[in-house]
Design a protein around this ligand. Structure first.
Ligand code: COA
Ligand code: AMP
Length: 633
């Protein structure tokens, strides 16, 4: 069937469409229907079914005779190792780990925080939680102790599973001391911590609280899969919002299974048994959906890659991995390709590898700029597909369905809405705008299966952040337009979220950290365009009266503070001291105008500005820091 008919059917007959897709999942008890709209505008899917995620991702493939197929390849250039785990081995390993967690009291509904680098044990920890119906929350390794503590206090986990260390090029990331600091700072204390000791660094265990991954599994009974209700939370994943308090996106079990499974063939174009690789991190939604769950649910081989696109050891690493493991469909962020292109513009390293196995390249996490797409198309000779989604949705809102009915690629566009996503562009008043007109991108409710039903312990915030501005719609927080052919173009965020190397970060969170410095009176953080990372944060700092220390001293402390509090991933390295911040008469800081000045874009003097002279001072400060300044139009 043609893409457009399928999309239309998914909106006209969601019940029929999703019940049919649900056939591909093994149910303990089949749901009687797909959509549960009783709690409108909070919707649920497959709520009265009973199901287990781990069964669908692991056990059923072993039962079906695929136990010998490789489930996970760990390819780790930073430790110079490659290791494979078959589905049969994965089942044993996960059942034993789940058994050990159960023996220590973890049961259905308990939360478990996972703080691990790119090792297969991270996926095993996720799957072991799923096996028990425990709700995991994975925290990205590039976050510092304070961010981990915030998530511990919000999720209130019974246990934390962590690795002793992670490995970044040139340095060992000491996870265990970060975990100890976080637990010190957090008000909530988990019952116990499981520490996976890596040979690169063996961590000291805290007597009575910490157990070692291997020792605590000794002699335990493997656990069976615990059936859970369709709307049981599979996991919580925290993501950046406008403030320093991250949002705990809840992922419902059954919708997640059904939707992810649908995407593997229809969007990513792979058959069970083929190799799929998402070069992201398990700490992000891409890692949850497309390193761990979707490929395993669909019976693919997934690659856990512990390295970087460049420098581990060179810009040919991606090509080596694709060729060595015969990757059929590959997913990464445009920033990774920009980094490779900068190191090897001619793509010389490609010639050393046989990439005939590769059929598609998918890009997401940030807008795929046409230059990068064209470079990738020319070098790889396969379709390069930009697709758009968010932590909240868990799978693509817009994409090009390669395995269903490939559509023409339009540069700069993540193509067309995927099933169940009724995407509209609205003006400030919530009215739809004509094709080609920029506006807020919203999705008519209900969202399809697998998307967030709410935020963890924060339903009021969920309603306020996503549902109240445009009643009847989910507000994506992205702005853009739809062209005459229905193709979407995502142009900017409507909030203060920025995107640094495909990582979603909150400038509000960075401002909160900067404001905690004793010498800082006021501050603003904006995202400035960067040729490799897309955006980089940049701070403007007003010092308190009477501060006599040098600016460079205070600025260096500010940079360290953000690194210590949020983490290295924030990549906050540049800030300037200014006398005043530009504001509207009602006191709102004009961040968007400052960003336009920094990016050398045309900008207009805002009518509501309190004192226009301040923008000249900002432009001068930016010019001194090396950013172009264009006069207002
Ligand atoms: N654990 C600990 N620290 C981490 C980390 C992790 N998992 N990931 C990143 N960091 C650290 C880095 O070591 C670096 O620290 P430094 O300031 O000491 O150098 C800092 O966070 C910034 O890292 P990163 O943004 O990765 O920048 P980089 O310069 O090291 O690499 C790229 C640049 C483009 C190669 C890299 O950002 C990249 O591979 N991006 C792709 C991102 C991606 O896949 N995103 C997922 C969305 S789909
Ligand atoms: P995250 O929740 O970390 O996946 O980040 C989601 C945000 O990243 C979106 O709301 C967009 O702002 C941005 N984003 C992700 N994919 C794309 C894309 N293909 N094009 C443009 N922006 C994107």
């Amino acid at each position: 069937m043609a893409y457009r008919d399928i999309h239309a059917r998914s909106l006209a007959d969601p019940e029929g469409f999703w019940m049919e897709a649900a056939e591909a999942i093994d149910w303990v008890k089949r749901p009687t229907r797909a959509l549960f709209a009783e709690g409108e505008p909070i919707y649920e899917w497959f709520a009265d079914g009973m199901v287990n995620t781990c069964w669908n991702a692991v056990d059923r493939h072993v039962e079906a005779g695929r136990g010998g197929q490789v489930a996970i390849v760990h390819d780790s250039p930073v430790t110079h190792s490659v290791r494979e785990i078959t589905y049969a081995e994965l089942k044993d390993r996960v059942a034993r780990l789940a058994g050990a967690l159960a023996a220590k009291g973890v049961t259905k509904g308990d939360r478990v925080i996972i703080y691990m680098p790119m090792v297969p044990e991270a996926l095993e920890a996720m799957l072991a939680c799923a096996r028990l119906g425990a709700i995991h929350s994975v925290v990205f390794g590039g976050f510092a102790a304070h961010e981990l503590a915030t998530r511990i206090d919000d999720a209130r986990p019974r246990a934390v599973i962590a690795a002793s260390c992670g490995i970044e090029p040139g340095r060992v990331v000491h996870y265990k001391p970060l975990l100890d600091q976080a637990l010190e700072a957090a008000a909530h204390k988990p019952d116990f911590c499981v520490i996976f000791q890596r040979e690169q660094e063996v961590a000291k265990l805290v007597e009575g609280r910490d157990v070692s991954w291997h020792a605590f599994q000794y002699g335990v009974e493997p656990a069976d899969c615990v059936p859970v209700e369709g709307n049981h939370p599979a996991y919580i994943l925290y993501t950046s919002g406008t403030t320093g308090q991250p949002k705990g996106v809840v992922r419902p079990t059954a919708g997640h299974l059904v939707a992810l499974n649908w995407t593997m063939k229809n969007i990513y174009g792979v058959e069970p048994g083929e190799v799929f690789w998402a070069a992201s991190d398990v700490g992000w939604v891409v890692g949850h959906s497309y390193i761990c769950y979707a490929p395993l649910i669909h019976g693919n081989t997934t690659i856990v890659f512990e390295g970087k696109p460049v420098g581990t050891p060179d810009a040919g690493t991606f090509w080596r991995v694709i060729a060595q493991h015969r990757v059929a469909s590959f997913f990464t962020a445009p920033t990774a390709f920009r980094a490779i292109k900068r190191e090897d513009p001619e793509g010389r390293l490609l010639a050393e590898h046989d990439l005939s196995c590769l059929r598609y390249l998918f890009l997401a996490g940030e807008r795929a700029d046409p230059d990068t797409v064209i470079w990738a198309q020319q070098k790889l000779g396969v379709p390069v597909i930009d697709h758009w989604w968010q932590t909240e949705t868990g799978w693509p809102i817009a994409a090009n369905p390669m395995g269903l009915d490939p559509q023409p690629v339009k540069l700069g566009s993540p193509s067309l809405p995927m099933p169940g996503h009724d995407v509209r562009v609205l003006d400030e008043g919530g009215h739809e705008v004509p094709a080609g007109t920029l506006g807020a991108i919203a999705i008519r409710l209900p969202l399809p299966p697998g998307t967030l039903p709410t935020l963890w312990n924060a339903e009021a915030r969920f309603r306020k952040s996503y549902l109240e501005h445009f009643p009847g719609y989910y507000e994506t927080g992205d702005a853009g337009y739809i062209d005459d052919d229905g193709y979407l173009y995502i142009m900017a965020r409507t909030d203060d979220v920025i995107n640094v190397a495909g990582h979603r970060l909150s400038t509000g969170a960075m401002e909160e950290v900067l404001a905690s410095h004793p010498d800082v009176g006021e501050c603003a953080v904006i995202g400035i365009a960067d040729p490799v990372k897309g955006q980089l944060p940049f701070g403007f700092i007003c010092l308190n009266k009477g501060v006599e220390r040098t600016h460079s001293e205070v600025l260096a402390e500010c940079v360290n503070l953000v690194r210590d509090q949020i983490g290295p991933v924030a990549a906050f390295r540049h800030a300037v001291v200014v006398d005043r911040l530009p504001k509207t008469r009602s006191g709102k800081i004009l961040r968007a105008t400052m960003a336009k000045i920094a990016d050398g874009e045309d900008w207009k003097m805002p009518a509501t500005i309190d004192d226009p002279v301040i923008l000249d001072e900002i432009a001068a400060a930016l010019a001194e820091a090396g950013y172009p300044a264009v006069a207002p139009a």
